[in-house]
Design a protein. Structure first.
Lengths: 306, 323
């Protein structure tokens, strides 16, 4: 079996995430790699939210390693989430969602201890969000200084010695990842621990994650792993499970997720777009309008130049 | 024993009729401040004025030509000051000049504005000092060529973002900016040039104002539900103000003929209307970014449309598995 084929994919191919029948010999996920150096595969994150326990070790480890400033102490009232969102000073953000839905395939063990069985259906979703290190990154496209660049690992990083705080990447990002640090003026985001990955280490969040919810590695291997995990969950009856951002034909992400509900429940856009790659519909109307303006100005002189 | 527990049935969607994460925004609001809408105004004015000055010069209307060129130079001088002061690190503005990136409208704009500023500076200097007439003409032609680009690229700049009310207006926004720029160039020339040489400027004002109002209307119609942010809160107030001022200004100028006081008043109203238009568009972007409804519902509807059209149905909205 070739390495790119999902193990066990025979008749069922339940994890062909493109929604197509895939032949056994074909890779079921397009694995177009973007990297500058031969032999260096594109690296990324697979965040399996089904095993996230909401410990926030990733948030802490990220802050510690990257020297990210603390947030002002604030209680949001939104479950255990007091980080709120990704931003200049939070590069990992653990979301907490409380739902009236049954947890499947899980036994609390409480009945064995003589406690009454739970009358309510209740589940907690937890998910550690991060910069998606997009295949076609709008932030990188719009950056006018070249401060944002793509590394040899295929990740997207801000060079803080170049950024002049123009802020263009902030509204360009479809995930609301980048933000300006107020007392600093520059824009900051997850570097996928570029300083660590260059030395062959895994990013701080992945290393700190106690349940392996955050996994770091070559993207094609992670995708394969994710497909296997999805298959396992589906077979176990977890029909809510779905992959978000693992599909290179859709919106390609270097950091993708296994979710248990719609992406917007976790605060992620259901259909992100690479807005910056629509050259014709962006510049075409502007060229037409510019031409119309020039003609209009010339026409103002028809019938008397004074 | 049953314990009273909070009703969690709505926690998934914060009480709205669409799911979201506690009603929090999905995208970030821009971090740009007041300098940016004013730059959209000065940049538009500078670009259209250079064009007006150039054509006036060709047709022998020297006073109108000189006035428009000076307006253009003044607005082109204010523009980079506004832009640099908005930067998080103004002392690093020159990093804009280390690359040219066609994928970044801001990079394209940096180079358009820089060359435009240099060209209109040379044109105005040679004209006022009466030296190097040939260099002056070349510079003036270059500025007139870059002018329309300067007036309209700022529409691409905001449209090239994930802010839905900007991005989805990408087809109409440039025409709004072009009309508004043309009207303001006519207005500034009317106020400053002698009345007897101002007829083309008056025509330009009326025509530009008509395009500005009509294109805004078309834009909002095509945006459908996404036009809401343009109609409410601060953006809505600026939008109403802009339409009223622009129509009043154009009407005043149209009926005032060459009565100087009235044309100047009409010009001032039109300029204010053009500035209010940029503020309305600017604020609408912030308002829509702040409210996840515009990001999420728009994307959900797009997914639904795609699935009824029979194209890729399994995307992020699906469960990621084969069906």
């Amino acid at each position: 079996m070739s390495q790119n084929v999902i193990p066990g994919s025979g008749g069922t191919d339940a994890y062909d995430i493109n929604g197509r029948k895939a032949a056994e010999a074909q890779p079921v996920i397009p694995l177009s790699q973007k990297s500058y150096e031969d032999g260096q595969p594109r690296m990324g994150f697979f965040t399996d939210t089904t095993v996230c326990i909401g410990c926030k070790a990733c948030e802490v480890a990220c802050k510690e390693w990257n020297d990210v400033p603390a947030l002002p102490f604030e209680l949001t009232g939104n479950s255990y989430d007091n980080t709120g969102a990704l931003g200049a000073n939070s590069w990992r953000h653990v979301a907490f969602i409380e739902q009236r839905k049954p947890i499947r395939v899980q036994d609390s063990g409480l009945e064995a201890l003589g406690m009454p069985p739970s009358e309510d259906e209740f589940r907690w979703l937890m998910s550690s969000d991060v910069c998606k290190h997009c295949t076609n990154a709008p932030c990188l496209d719009v950056c006018p200084t070249g401060s944002l660049f793509r590394t040899e690992f295929g990740t997207v990083v801000v060079q803080e010695d170049v950024c002049n705080g123009c802020g263009y990447c902030v509204p360009a990002c479809p995930f609301g990842v980048l933000d300006q640090r107020e007392d600093d003026g520059r824009v900051w985001k997850c570097t996928l621990c570029y300083d660590r990955t260059k030395d062959g280490l895994e990013p701080a969040c992945a290393q700190a994650c106690p349940t392996n919810s955050i996994q770091y590695g070559p993207l094609d291997e992670l995708r394969e792993k994710a497909n296997g995990r999805l298959e396992m969950l589906v077979e176990a009856g977890v029909t809510d499970a779905r992959l978000y951002g693992a599909d290179e034909e859709g919106y390609g992400m270097g950091a993708f997720f296994l979710l248990l509900d719609d992406p917007e429940v976790y605060g992620m856009p259901p259909d992100p777009e690479v807005v910056t790659r629509k050259f014709a519909s962006l510049w075409g109307p502007a060229a037409a309008a510019a031409g119309a303006m020039a003609l209009g100005i010339a026409a103002a002189f028809i019938g008397g130049a004074r | 024993m049953t314990v009273d527990r909070p009703d969690l049935s709505v926690s998934r969607d914060s009480g709205d009729d669409y799911p979201s994460y506690y009603g929090r925004p999905v995208i970030k609001e821009p971090v740009w401040s007041w300098e940016i809408p004013w730059y959209f105004f000065t940049g538009g004015l500078a670009g259209a004025s250079s064009c007006l000055g150039f054509v006036a010069g060709l047709t022998g209307n020297r006073w109108l030509g000189r006035t428009a060129r000076l307006v253009s130079l003044g607005a082109a001088t204010a523009s980079p000051i506004l832009l640099i002061s908005d930067l998080g690190r103004p002392d690093r503005f020159y990093n804009m000049l280390r690359v040219f990136k066609p994928t970044s409208p801001m990079s394209v704009g940096t180079w358009v504005l820089s060359s435009f500023g240099a060209a209109s500076g040379i044109a105005a200097a040679t004209d006022v000092l009466g030296i190097l007439p040939r260099l002056g003409r070349v510079a003036e032609g270059l500025a007139a060529l870059l002018g329309p680009a300067l007036s309209t690229y700022t529409a691409v700049l905001v449209a090239d973002t994930s802010v839905p009310v900007w991005h989805e207006a990408r087809r109409e926004l440039p025409l709004v900016f072009a009309g508004s720029s043309a009207a303001s160039a006519g207005a500034a020339a009317i106020i400053l040039a002698p009345a007897e040489s101002g007829t083309p400027a008056r025509r330009l004002l009326v025509g530009g104002a008509a395009v500005e109002v009509a294109a805004s209307k078309a834009m909002k119609r095509n945006l459908g539900k996404l036009s809401e942010p343009y109609e409410k809160e601060e953006a809505g107030r600026y939008e109403k103000l802009s339409t009223a001022l622009t129509i009043a200004g154009a009407a005043t100028v149209a009926f005032a003929e060459r009565r100087r006081k009235w044309t100047a008043l009409g010009g001032a109203l039109t300029l204010a209307g053009a500035a209010a238009k940029r503020w309305s568009i600017f604020k609408a972007g912030f308002q829509s970014a702040r409210d996840p409804e515009y990001t999420l519902k728009h994307q959900r509807e797009r997914l639904a449309r795609r699935s009824t059209e029979g194209r890729r149905t399994e995307t992020f909205g699906g469960n990621g598995r084969a069906t």
